[in-house]
Design a protein around this ligand. Structure first.
Ligand SMILES: [Zn+2]
Length: 172
């Protein structure tokens, strides 16, 4: 004769855990919604850009916070550099494409028009041959940048930035 299962069988535990997880997810969703509820689309997109830009600059820096400009190779501190686009941020489909944006010094990005000629070769060196061409090809694909898109990306880049920041020794 088999013994009756004690209270709180593994399956019940599992179901309870699932319930708790769902509750936590719902709660999280509500919080996420409330953070942005009163913000305009432009406002949250600006916030997304700030996080994305920070992600790019940290990604391209080493643990001491210094990296090299994608186009002139000058060493810069991540907070002093820009996240410069290869193809203009006007092209919505690749505005937040990680291959299209890299750490760049202010001089190259703002005063030398991004130095697209050099950028092109260095993108291929960094992400693989044909990347620049691929970006050219997809730049005009229409993409709907709505609130959901922005908030989803925002959430992703906040997490990525926080992960990267853990590895960086801040300069004082
Ligand atoms: Zn530069």
């Amino acid at each position: 004769m088999s013994k009756p299962l004690p209270k709180g069988t593994p399956n019940q535990d599992r179901m309870q855990r699932k319930k708790d997880a769902t509750k936590a997810r719902v709660k999280k969703k509500k919080i996420t919604k409330s953070i942005y509820r009163n913000k305009s689309d432009d406002n949250i997109e600006n916030t997304l850009w700030r996080w994305f830009s920070l992600f790019i600059r940290l990604r391209d820096s080493t643990h001491n916070g210094y990296g090299n400009c994608i186009t002139c190779n000058k060493t810069i501190y991540y907070k002093d550099g820009h996240a410069g686009h290869y193809l203009s941020r006007r092209f919505k489909n690749i505005k937040y494409d990680e291959r299209n944006v890299s750490l760049q010094c202010v001089r190259c990005n703002s005063f030398e028009n991004g130095r697209q000629d050099v950028y092109k070769d260095n993108i291929d060196a960094k992400f693989g041959k044909g990347t620049a061409q691929e970006l050219e090809k997809i730049k005009n694909v229409l993409v709907k940048i709505d609130r959901n898109y922005i908030i989803a990306r925002l959430t992703v880049y906040k997490i990525k930035v926080n992960e990267l920041k853990k590895g960086i020794t801040e300069r004082f």
